[in-house]
Design a protein around this ligand. Structure first.
Ligand code: FES
Length: 103
């Protein structure tokens, strides 16, 4: 275990192309994505209105919001299509001993 870091899940519990939402205590919900073997961690709430991006659709490195279809880059968090304008926050992950952590 990595002391002081928040463990999210086992690395092998998320296949490439899959994503899952986490609600760490005291934090806004996060979305962990297995991007072809690289883990990406972004905020899960769409910056346009109220929607969980975990319910959306992942296409390569773009995630589409389930509510109005706007999209974001999962690497940079930048909004890619309207009505999304404001970027998502991105977070750093660390994988240690088969466990994915919020770094
Ligand atoms: Fe996501 Fe509107 S809430 S595009």
């Amino acid at each position: 275990l990595m002391p002081g870091k928040i463990a999210l899940c086992q690395a092998d519990s998320l296949e490439p192309g899959q994503m899952t939402r986490f609600e760490p205590a005291g934090m806004d919900p996060l979305l962990l994505i297995n991007d072809g073997g690289t883990f990406r961690l972004i905020e899960d709430d769409c910056t346009h209105a109220i929607a969980s991006l975990a319910e959306g659709r992942l296409e390569g490195q773009t995630i589409f919001c389930p509510l109005h279809g706007g999209s974001f880059d999962i690497v940079t968090g930048k909004a890619k299509s309207l009505p999304c304008k404001h970027p998502l926050r991105t977070f750093t992950v660390a994988v240690d001993d088969g466990v994915v952590y919020l770094a």
